[in-house]
Design a binder for this molecule. Structure first.
Ligand code: TXA
Ligand code: MG
Length: 314
């Protein structure tokens, strides 16, 4: 029922045609696979929430091919412009004031006056956005609360039969979702991700507040249990307890490893695939133990995802 489309012009044209017909198509970005639908269509956007089992008060990111297209939908303030020029196309999402009357389905923003927008760098995402020539709403292409997909087969494992197609672009290079920033007037990071917070701060020449994780639904993906495997998760482990699957990093060696040479970018790329492999090894009722990851650069985003994977299940 769900077609796998090849990463070539016919595949892209078919994907764009399905989007035009109001269907849902998963597509690769450099961060994770997105579950795309026409952001102007209430039916398509409602379909995204339904396919994921996602609460409709959790708004979606709108994907566009460039800053010019973003300016058609939202107001780009001074900090936002600096960040967009430096990090787009790329793993950065900006939360911007929504312009009135631009035709977005109100379901995309869950009724907020702001819209989250991203210009992805992946060539297939770029090609699809240009072929479709409209705004594409796309959350990560996984059932709500589960592990984000970094390969087409991850998408199929969670959503086969519920979406029209997946455009297969192979594994995602970054492997972690975009960094979400509310840029103006005061820059605030709502979710750490593929652009390290240090890089944002260096560009703006000022420290950037990280949104306190105090339960406010500024970026609902931030809350409570998320990225949850079936097995339990224990953090900062240096030795496996009996029966645990240890995931190593650097000097800590495990049954699996995020990066033997202690490289954070490699660990980010491998995180979600490794979580899936460890989950299969541990089995239901088992536990996955993760080696400590340094809390700098991409390590902050990795630790954010690991804490959510380890959080008590709702
Ligand atoms: O890398 C990514 O960002 C991937 C790829 C597909 O682009 N997308 C992604 O989408 O991670 P999703 O839906 O899994 O996460 C989007 C996050 C959610 O936490 C949502 O609450 C937040 O963005 N968000 C969306 N609109 C918002 C808004 N107006 N204000 C604050 N947060 C918003
Ligand atoms: Mg997600």
């Amino acid at each position: 029922m769900t077609v796998t489309l090849p990463p070539d012009s016919p595949g892209i044209e078919t994907a764009a045609g399905l989007l035009r017909a109001g269907q849902l198509v998963a597509f690769p970005t450099e961060t994770v696979y997105g579950l795309g639908g026409d952001a102007r269509s209430d039916a398509a956007v409602a379909g995204i929430y339904a396919a994921k089992g996602r609460p409709s008060f959790n708004p979606l990111i709108v994907h566009l091919p460039d800053l010019l297209a973003v300016e058609g939908l939202a107001e780009v303030g001074p900090n936002a412009r600096l960040l967009a020029r430096a990090f787009w196309p790329g793993p950065l999402t900006l939360v911007l004031p929504l312009r009135a009357g631009v035709g977005l389905s109100p379901l995309v923003t869950a009724g907020l006056k702001t819209v989250a927008v991203r210009v992805p760098a992946h060539p297939l995402a770029q090609a699809l956005l240009r072929a479709f020539a409209g705004p594409v709403a796309a959350p990560s292409a996984n059932p709500s609360g589960g592990v984000s997909p970094t390969r087409a087969d991850h998408v199929l494992a969670g959503l086969a039969g519920r979406i029209a197609a997946v455009l297969d672009g192979g594994p995602c290079a970054v492997g972690l979702e975009s960094t979400i920033v509310l840029a103006d007037p005061e820059p605030v990071v709502l979710r750490p991700g593929g652009v390290p917070v240090e890089a944002l701060a260096a560009l703006l020449g000022r420290p950037i507040r990280q949104d306190a994780d105090d339960g406010r639904p500024t970026a609902p993906g931030q809350l409570a249990s998320h990225y949850a495997p079936v097995a339990g998760v224990r953090l900062n482990a240096t030795m496996p307890a009996p029966g645990e699957v240890l995931v190593g990093f650097g000097a800590v060696q495990g049954a699996l490893t995020l990066s033997e040479r202690g490289d954070l970018a490699e660990a980010a790329t491998r995180l979600f695939q490794t979580l899936r492999e460890a989950d299969a090894l541990a089995g239901p009722g088992g536990t996955i133990a993760f080696a400590p990851i340094p809390d700098t650069g991409l390590g902050r985003a990795i630790n954010d995802r690991l804490r959510r994977a380890a959080a008590p299940r709702g």
